[in-house]
Design a protein around this ligand. Structure first.
Ligand code: FES
Length: 59
């Protein structure tokens, strides 16, 4: 599923950089080699970051 339409970033791509240590949405964009454009995807990316943090905390 495409999460960031402006930069054509799909969920798998974003999860890969989050698993690689991205700590915030700006870091996700940077690690994907793009810049935030409209920002509509930011909330979804932050939710994905929160999910990862919750998984790590539960482990
Ligand atoms: S949808 Fe990601 S910056 Fe616009």
């Amino acid at each position: 599923m495409i999460v960031c339409v402006c930069n054509r970033l799909n969920e798998d791509r974003i999860r890969t950089v989050i698993d690689g240590g991205a700590c915030c949405s700006d870091d996700v964009y940077a690690r994907c080699g793009v810049r935030k454009n409209c920002g509509r995807c930011q909330e979804t990316i932050e939710e994905m970051l929160d999910e990862k943090t919750a998984l790590v905390a539960a482990a």
